[in-house]
Design a binder for this molecule. Sequence first.
Ligand code: NAD
Ligand code: SER
Length: 313
Amino acid sequence: MKRILVTGAGGQIGSWLVPELREIYGASKVLATDLRHPKAELVDAGPFQLVDATNPKAVGQAAMRHGADTIFHLAAILSAVGERDPRVAWHVNMTSLEAALEVAREQKCALFVPSSIGAFGSSTPKDPTPQDTVMRPETMYGITKLAGELLCDYYHAHFGVDTRGIRFPGIVSYGAPPGGGTTDWAVDIFHKAVRHGRYTCFLRGDSQVDFMYMPDAVSAAIQLMEADAARLVHRNAFNVTAMQLTPEKLAAEIRKHVPGFAISYEVDPVRQAIADSWPRRIDDSAARAEWGWKPVYDAAAMTTDMLGHVRTA
Ligand code: NAD
Ligand code: SER
């Protein structure tokens, strides 16, 4: 990777990934793009351009002018927002992916496309969820993620595009807030714990899915894009996980630092149904074997670090 273009750069992942890419490859080498103006830090620290990722011409021109050889395509609508307006989710997620794939094909760029635990559905084995298994997602978000994985594999097989992807679990981070997913509770809980000492969760206390802390998510994306292609048996997309959380379990972890922290529940049936359809524990042995994936943060280390940052924000 020498010259990089990032779509959806102002979101939860992009606002962490772009600074890390700029640190590694040089600030001027990483062009951040988004539909909206992101925080000043991202714009001041390197090149930024407003680009609608669903517009293939705009993405193509931005990539051409920047001389991009690698694209991180992050622009998307997430699971909960996607269920509120499924047609918009289909349009944004699929049209932008097609644009990124075509630009990658025409301009010979490598392409990173995040998938999600949302690509699995109720009929998938839940614990553990194998790398290669039944995939019948029940949300529009999940349908776009699964279709995206297949399309990325197709472009690799038929056009030789170097497509690679990760099925991210829920991601916990401070800074830019999450963009409307089912796993957003695991970020919100830290802010409410610090500010109010209590949190009302929209999922049941025993709802378990996989998670990881943002520094591990960013390392994973970069490590996969730097991996030796000859070692990759899979491409789109790899299971990865760092921990399994439930609201009860994370609340207990937070209570070690915030004595008396209280959690209550007002279950949102839409998001609960989504969480119930996702894996409880995914098997990430393929990522470990093929490109050396290994997370740094477990629940305890992540909780300590998150609380430190949220308290000083
Ligand atoms: P986010 O919602 O925080 O950010 C998405 C960004 O895309 C936003 O800045 C938004 O302005 C931008 N965007 C939306 N439509 C656009 C368009 N038409 N053109 C250009 N930009 C547009 O999402 P995120 O959490 O940063 O997720 C990035 C990717 O990672 C997505 O593909 C998402 O599905 C995937 N992912 C995220 C998580 C997670 O927990 N955050 C987990 C699994 C997968
Ligand atoms: N965090 C994402 C969501 O909840 C998972 O892809 O939508």
